[in-house]
Write a protein that binds this ligand. Structure first.
Ligand SMILES: [Zn+2]
Ligand SMILES: [Zn+2]
Length: 820
């Protein structure tokens, strides 16, 4: 029994370890996608898809903006792509490989915040083209992403603005419906187009102008040109999507046709099949045969609608919209489902409720909003529950939003969104709950307790600790370091990307980097306390402009403003220490999406380098403010060895402690000098020992290199983080590990007093992740064997050796992916 379980576990572990590390797979044929499409090219026309379902990726809770995945055997679509959506799709195995259409309902962070990461990932999967539909500002937004992503070679990105003709593929026809808020005034007025002056159009014209006949006949590119004039931020615009499935023709009943004496198996049957499938009667040997005698009934082309109503200002325009009215009448295609991305306040409005009811009793309604309590990041909850068994303070339990009060009672069939909830449109229209996530902590605990040696090693470590208690003077509560994201490159189910919160005192905090999903991590860590924490945030340090270090910043800025309002605290800009290039990205986002520039007081990271001359009185003032706001004696930066404009930093507190953060870097002498005698060094250790060449190629450090830097710095303690996602749960240990080194996990909470404890946690950690470690060791051994073989072959000459080396570099593991 035990052997079987262990076998199953190791198989499961294998499957898992293959999951996230897409680098391990052989490189994909970049044209594969195109070829498949060509193969099935002309055949899709008459068929219509057999299987179509919608699935909730994110239910619209505070830490997961609403997003929807739509699947057919031909196509995959995503509706909205907020921060963390890609991470959820990875965790729940919703394939991005054929995701060539993304629909966005508006230019707001909760809808577009995850787009940068998603595009980079789609590019890596070899997807040749992705089309983004929605507000015309998307075009500029893509340009803005290129500020930090580079030119995005290899993937063609196209924007299909709402004024473009309807879109049609193998599965459905999609019609974009622009909706303009009544509140197109005040401070946003300047950004609206002169073509659409406020109030000069009737509601019908202004709310449905994108669907006029003549625009539908415009060739593809023209829609984009029309909208050129409408560049610039426009918070009054949302775009709804009406999606009509193609009719699925009935199946030809071969046996019945045989019985009736039809020429089955000969060429003469083809026109007969075509006719009856088209619903036409045929005359065969003078006898009329009706289509229903030879075919199963066709499946009608039902529609579904995705509509966002962000606030009350959009209610009237939605209610009066002519396109929607057509679908509420009897004439047009029946609507199977309406997906409402709308806050509770909108759903409570009687006008909106009446509009919902007008679709009739046969239409289902799916609600995605802040009231949808659903665990999304299941694996994160699981690992934290298990780590918590090892040390309850260092690995605190995550909070999960409790189910809130029932939404308003409506006269129409309404369902609240939950992560992975499905509505199937074909073959049968029905809700499917079998995939919906249930989070059962008792199960996670039981699983951990069953592991060989786990309980024993936890007890052993506790006995150890009792015999050497931590001295009282070390037990100070501040600073408190909370690792929010400890993985590199791409947000994954177990490790999110870079971010570390430093709580300097009860009312002062600072973030070291701010990768995608940082706000979500804060929510899961602090629950209802998250606003209080945002209220204490005094500064953010952005080490460099790789997406895994800064794309969570905008949400922190936006959520902090909301938090300050709800706390009744005065608003003041957040101090951001960053490479100056960050400003261009913020400016573009500000121009195209939401106003953010007033949220930031930026201090160029280079101005905090030792000996830097700051001739700008504003920056000087901001630096003084920074030190005061964080109670710091010194905030120093230095250039590190990574990409251009990459920095590390050292913080010296007025009470004497010193925390040093490496950002991403190869072993760096400047960092060693700046960090001399640090109390704590937080250093990246992206790769395991033995991968030094890959580390150089990617300008990162190996475990032992990171430890070496800490030792030369004479750091009192070293925490390693920024692990390659191939080490999903735990990195490989190196012989250089000593009593001064710890491994960071997401949500780990560390005080200086924990330094003696942390290395002692390693045996229980090794027991908890034994299978994963075994797997990684196996991989390492195989790699070493390959190298030995290559070395032996090299006796034939240097050229051979060179080739072996190249092979190693080109092995799937080291396949060059996103810069991180
Ligand atoms: Zn990185
Ligand atoms: Zn980087």
């Amino acid at each position: 029994m035990w052997a079987l379980r262990s076998l199953l576990r190791s198989v499961a572990g294998r499957a898992m370890s293959q999951g996230p590390a897409r680098r391990q797979r052989p490189p994909k044929d970049p044209l594969r996608h195109l070829r498949t499409r060509e193969k099935r090219g002309p055949s899709w026309g008459p068929g219509g898809p057999n299987t179509v379902y919608l699935q909730v990726v994110a239910a619209g809770d505070r830490d997961a903006g609403a997003a929807l995945y739509v699947f057919s055997e031909y196509n995959r679509y995503l509706f909205n792509c907020g921060e963390g959506v890609q991470r959820l799709m990875q965790e729940h195995k919703l394939k991005v490989a054929r995701l060539d259409n993304i629909f966005l309902t508006r230019m707001h962070w909760s809808n577009v915040g995850g787009l940068c990461g998603m595009i980079l990932t789609l590019k890596e999967t070899g997807l040749p083209k992705c089309v983004l539909s929605g507000p015309p500002q998307l075009e500029k937004y893509i340009e803005a992403i290129k500020i930090f992503s580079g030119p995005l070679k290899g993937i063609e990105l196209a924007v299909r603005p709402h004024s473009a003709p309807e879109y049609k593929d193998e599965t459905m026809t999609v019609h974009q419906v622009p909706i303009y808020s009544e509140q197109r005034c005040g401070k946003h007025r300047l950004s609206t187009s002169p073509e659409r002056p406020l109030g000069s159009l009737s509601p019908e014209q202004s709310s449905d102008s994108g669907s006029t006949e003549n625009e539908q006949h415009l060739p593809d590119g023209n829609g984009i040109n029309i909208n050129r004039k409408r560049d610039g931020r426009d918070p009054s615009l949302v775009v709804a999507f009406v999606c009509k499935l193609h009719v699925k023709k009935g199946n030809f009943l071969v046996l019945k046709a045989k019985d009736m004496g039809l020429p089955v198996g000969t060429a003469a049957i083809a026109p007969i099949i075509a006719a009856v499938k088209d619903g036409k009667s045929i005359i065969y040997e003078g006898k009329e045969i009706l289509p229903e005698e030879l075919c199963t009934p066709p499946d009608p082309g039902v529609a579904f609608i995705v509509v966002e109503c962000p606030d009350e200002g959009f209610i009237q325009p939605i209610c009066e919209n002519a396109t929607f009215k057509r679908y509420q009448g009897k004439d047009d295609t029946p609507v199977a489902l309406v997906v409402h991305i709308a806050p509770e306040s909108v759903l409570l409005d009687s006008r909106y409720q009446q509009w919902m009811e007008r679709f009739g009793p046969d239409t289902q309604h799916l609600i995605l909003n802040e009231n949808c309590a659903s665990v999304h990041n299941l694996r994160s909850h699981k690992i934290q529950t298990q780590l918590n068994l090892i040390h309850p303070d260092i690995f605190p339990l995550l909070t999960s939003s409790q189910s809130k009060e029932e939404g308003p009672t409506l006269c129409v069939p309404t369902v609240q969104g939950e992560c992975l909830l499905k509505y199937q449109l074909r073959p049968r229209r029905e809700w499917q709950r079998d995939t919906v996530i249930t989070c059962n902590p008792d199960e996670f605990i039981a699983e951990a307790l069953e592991l060989t040696n786990f309980q024993e090693s936890v007890q052993e470590y506790r006995r150890n600790m009792q015999s050497s208690p931590v001295p009282a003077e070390k037990k100070s509560q501040y600073p408190e370091i909370i690792f929010l994201g400890t993985g590199s490159a791409i947000p994954m189910k177990i490790r999110n990307v870079s971010s570390t919160l430093v709580n300097l005192s009860p009312d002062k905090a600072l973030l070291l980097d701010c990768g995608e999903g940082t706000f979500g991590q804060l929510c899961r860590h602090y629950g209802d306390q998250v606003d209080r924490v945002l209220g204490t945030l005094a500064a953010v340090f952005v080490s460099h402009l790789h997406a895994d270090h800064h794309t969570g910043l905008l949400n922190i800025l936006l959520q902090r403003e909301r938090a300050l309002v709800s706390l009744g605290k005065p608003f003041h800009p957040l101090l951001v220490v960053a490479p100056t290039q960050l400003r261009a990205w913020l400016q573009q986002y500000h121009n195209q999406c939401q106003e953010v520039l007033h949220h930031v007081s930026m201090i160029p990271a280079k101005c905090l380098q030792k000996g830097a001359e700051v001739n700008n009185p504003t920056v000087e003032k901001l630096i003084r403010l920074l030190l005061k706001a964080c109670d710091l004696e010194e905030f120093q930066t230095c250039l590190v060895r990574h990409c251009k404009h990459a920095f590390g930093c050292a913080l010296v507190h007025t009470s004497g402690w010193k925390v040093v953060y490496s950002g991403d870097t190869m072993p760096c002498e400047a960092l060693v000098q700046m960090g001399k005698d640090a109390t704590l060094l937080i250093h990246e250790a992206t790769l395991e020992d033995g991968l030094e060449e890959e580390a150089v190629e990617k300008t990162h450090s190996t475990t032992s290199q990171a430890i070496g830097v800490g030792m030369r710095m004479n750091a009192e303690f070293i925490m390693l983080n920024h692990f390659s996602q191939r080490y999903a749960k735990i990195p490989l240990f190196s012989p250089d590990f000593n009593e001064k080194v710890g491994i960071a996990f997401d949500h780990m909470k560390v005080h200086f007093g924990d330094f003696p404890t942390i290395p002692k946690l390693i045996p229980p950690l090794k027991a908890l992740f034994a299978d994963d470690i075994e797997e990684m060791v196996e991989r390492r051994e195989k790699r070493e064997l390959r190298l030995v073989r290559a070395a032996l072959l090299s006796q034939d000459g240097e050229s051979q050796q060179k080739r072996a080396h190249t092979e190693e570099l080109q092995s799937p593991q080291s396949k060059k992916v996103r810069a991180w």
